[in-house]
Structures are given as C-alpha cells and as structure tokens.
Design a protein around this ligand. Sequence first.
Ligand SMILES: [Zn+2]
Length: 465
Amino acid sequence: MRGLAFVLSLLILTRTGLPQEPTAPLIPNPARASPPPLPPAAPFTPLALPTPKASAQAQPSRTPAFDPAAATREWLDSIPADQKAKSNAYFEGGYWLILWNFLVNALIALLLLVTRVSARIRDFAECTTRFRAVQVMIYAIPYIILTAALFFPLTVYEHYFRERQYGMATQTFVPWFAEQLKGLVIALILGPLFLVALYAVFRAAPRTCWLWATAVVVAATFLFSFIVPIFIEPVFNKYTPLTDPKIRDPILQLARANEIPVTKVFVVDASRQTKRVSANVAGFLNTARIALNDNLLNQCTLPEIRAVMAHEMGHYVLNHIVKLAFYSALTFLVGFALTKAAFDLLVRRYGSRWGVRDIADPAGLPLIGLIIGAYLFLITPLSNTSSRVVEREADIFGINAAREPDGMAKIALKLGIYRKMEPTPLEESIFFDHPSGRSRIRMAMDWKAANLPNGTFDPSVGKPK
Ligand SMILES: [Zn+2]
C-alpha cells in the first residue's frame, strides 16, 4: 500500500503512541562519580517504589547512596542475554526495512512509468469522462490496487512473517490478510479524495502548487486526526470503557490533575493483533479520548500503567498533535518544493518516453511518489529526531505527573522487547523515533536521584488559614 501510503502514513503521524525513553542522560549527579554498590531497588520486582509520600517531608537532598548511572546499569543488566540479542536483531532488521521500503517504492514507481502502465491508466480515465476530478479518481483506484499488490511481498514479510518470527504477532494469516484488505478499502475511499484535492491544486496553480499542496496535506492531516479515532480505528479494534475502578480511577485522577477533559478511559483490544504494550490520547479539546491497550492492562502493574498514561497525557497537554502537524507541514513544504523542481526536470527529459505531460497529469503520480519517497528516506534521521524530541518531552511530563520512576523503568524494559535498549548515540539519533530504553531508564533514575519534595499543602482544605 505504498505510493499513496507515503502520504497517508504521514497523515497518521498525528496519532501519538507509547511511552518512551529519554534521549540523553540528564546532568550526571555530581555528588557521585564512581559507581558504588548498587541501590537496593530490585529491578523487575513489582512495587519496590519509594512512594512520593515517603520522601514528602524530606528536604530535596540527594540520597548519597543512590547513583543514577549505576542504577541504570543494574536495570539494563537485568535483561537476559538471549532476550537482548533477539530485541537487537528485531530492531536492527528495521533499519534495513527502511531501505527496502524505499527501494521497492522506487522500483514500483519506475516500473509503472517505464512500461507506460501509468500513462495507459490515465488514457483510460480520460476516455471515460471529461471531468478532471473524476479522471483523477478513476486513475487513483487502479493505481492504489496495483501498488498495494506489487508491495505485497514486502508487506507480508514485514508485517506478518517477521512479526510472527519474533513472537510479536498474535494473528494467523487469514485474519491478518482480512485486515490488510480492510485497509485497502479505506485507502480506496480516502486516497482518491485526497488525490482529487491535490490535483485540483496542481491544475489551478502549477507554479506555486508546492505551497498549496502543503496546505492540502495539512488540511487532510487535521481531518484525518478526527476521522481516524471515530471511523477507522473501530474497523480494526474494539474500544470499550474501562470499568475496573482500581485502574480507571487513578488514570482519571491523573487526567483531572492535568486539566484533561475526560470522564472515561477506553481499553482497546490490541491483543488481537500484537503482544505490544501501548496507549494513546487522541483528539482535541472535548473530543479528547484516553485509551490504553489490553496488553498494557494485562501485563503491567498500576505504577507502570500510571507511568505510561502520564506520558500519553503529556502528548495531549503539550499539544504534540499540533506540533507534529507543524513539523509535517514543514516537511511537506520542502518536500513538495523539491518534488516540483525534480518532477519538471525529469519530465522534460523522460516525459515523452513515460507518457507524462506535466505535474497536473495524473500519469505522473508514480514519479511524485518516487521523489517524495526518496526525500522522506533521506530525511529519516531528521524526522526520527523530531519525533524523539517530542517523545522525550512527554517522558519528562509523564515522570513529573506520575512520579513513578521505577514504573517508567519497568515499562522501558517491556518496550525493549521490540526496541533496542542500548544503541550507540549515532544509532539513536538516526533510527530512534522514541528515546532508547537506556535513555529512558537513565531519565527515570536521574529523576529518582533528585528526590524532589512534594511541596507543602493540606489536601483536606480549600484555603488554608
Ligand atoms: Zn509518546
């Protein structure tokens, strides 16, 4: 489902997932340079947390025995070697998949152009109707089906066989394939509509189309962020209100404390597809919705759940949807400007051979896909970094809201099943769209070492005398 998926996948950027790890260790605790005997906190045993109350009245002094670097090491060393090797292999395989996806996308585009299949579909569309918008729709449908079919070998490897090989998937082939078909149907509804808008802009303002095309993407992004939770997600998963007050109430309490206008928490049955733990906060203002997946609910303790949910609330409170939409607008602004220049250059040279006339000609869609695909491939480190920085912000918000450093560390270990825990700094800056497990645990331990006081207030009265 590429070609078009390059656009749609970026639109989906508006959804924020998972709890993350911080990028860089915070300031090392100057009080403790050497890694002394490890702290008593036993990694992986539930509920060893010093609750905020325990240190409530204490001065913000550093506990001399607590060394965040050593504590981080201890958490990391608690991962069995075979599990670590498996997670590294899985995640590093993902680096290559970025390359394969780019190459396959490019090959498919070239194939459609060189064989003039694209031109023939356009000719067919032009014979069928004289309405340009309808022509774009008629072109888009076979284009989407063809690219999805040609991409299928890579899709089935990446999203089915590989996920099963690493024990992440819970689906057998038939339900998995059925979901792919549902996705294709959705792409066949939304894709042509998006392309009609895009090509209207290409026809109306061929010179400045890069500017207007960006506006179309931004509008589609916002539209999408409304459509996805209401119409698309329910096609794949069920969202039901969480009823267990032991989990629901602490989450709502966290939401209230952070001015998030929700009265319900939803559980999504993600275990149908995967064993991954995740959660999200979607929507704006009063369309806000907090959801966690059933894997999180079933595999994690309350401190861990609070850590995850506080992170997600951070995305909401810090307006990350808007921020990411802005980044994606910038990305597309540059992307479309480059695309326009490269498109004109290539069409001048190869246009007659491919049967492509100009940017307003739908037959050139594979070429646009090729150029944008190459651009997005090249800026992978940049897009990952902008995401990682935002995730780190949510981590910082989350740890201060939930005050669950050990919960955060445990979740980082759980996410480490599919995300390399200890990358090199260069690797982290290029390939990580979330902070690594090590960075996150270090953040949690730095927070713990700082030993913040709770502040003084009387929770039982309104205005203290
Ligand atoms: Zn996040």
